[in-house]
Design a protein around this ligand. Structure first.
Ligand code: GLP
Length: 243
């Protein structure tokens, strides 16, 4: 695993953007796995602003809330539409997110895994870091063998995401997420982390023991991971990381 420290959120986003654009230059039909949350917003802004040709790219989102229709403004369907898909030339058929309104969540999770397999697997997976060390919606305690499935969100995660909803009560209690094993099958992984509120979690992720209670530590066993930290997120890890 490589870790790099950059000055700020914008530089973190720019580095992710340049890696995606280098990949797409070589392989315009690449399969990307994409995150939501505040962290990737500037990365999406740069991607949109670049005018990069995304016609052939294929995308799979990491997760989606269960029980929210795609039109609900708090859903990840709506987030992706707003910040990326409506502003680029990606083909609608190439966009994949778990269906949060499925009448059969177990079948939906199997379908999602199968769709990733049928696409040939994920070339580059971009993700953020939850305050409790979660990746996607894989909360502390998730086995590393986990695959796409329905999960219960921790109170901390629901509180952290309440800002995307009117109130905490409106945040769904469950979601569908790629599992940790699903994430680890991506050929390349880029983790983006910014802000001082993530500094302690970053320290546990990078320097603590490999442990299921910090799901992100699973990434340390993957052969091609780059963690891009802004200086605030890197503030607790000392000088061990090149800047
Ligand atoms: C959510 C998402 C994660 C994301 C995390 C951090 O829970 N499911 O994929 O990484 O939040 O979000 P933020 O970037 O807003 O801190």
């Amino acid at each position: 695993m490589k870790v790099t420290r950059v000055h700020n959120h914008e530089a973190m986003s720019a580095q992710a953007f340049s890696m995606v654009s280098a990949l797409l230059e070589k392989r315009p039909e690449a399969v990307l796995a994409l995150p939501t949350g505040s962290t990737p917003l500037e990365f999406y802004r740069q991607l949109v602003g670049s005018g990069l040709d995304l016609r052939r790219v294929r995308t799979f989102n990491l997760d989606e809330y269960l029980g929210l229709p795609g039109e609900h403004p708090g859903s990840y369907h709506a987030y992706m539409e707003r910040y990326l898909f409506s502003q680029v030339n990606i083909a609608p058929d190439n966009i994949h997110l778990p269906n949060g309104m499925t009448p059969d969540p177990v079948a939906e999770c199997l379908r999602y895994e199968e769709a990733i397999r049928a696409a040939g697997g994920v070339d580059m997976l971009i993700l953020g870091l939850g305050h409790n060390g979660h990746i996607g919606f894989n909360e502390p305690g998730t086995p590393w063998s986990s695959r796409t499935r329905v999960v219960r969100l921790s109170p901390r995660t629901r509180r952290a995401n309440a800002r995307f909803f009117g109130s905490l009560a409106q945040v769904p209690r469950e979601a569908i997420t790629m599992g940790i094993a699903t994430i680890l099958e991506a050929r390349q992984i880029i983790m983006l982390v910014s802000g001082p509120d993530k500094a302690e979690t970053v320290d546990r992720f990078l320097n603590g023991p490999l442990a299921v209670d910090v799901p992100a530590t699973a990434l340390r066993s993957h052969p091609d991971v780059l963690v891009i930290l802004d200086s605030a997120a890197a503030s607790r890890v000392g000088n061990a990381i090149p800047s």
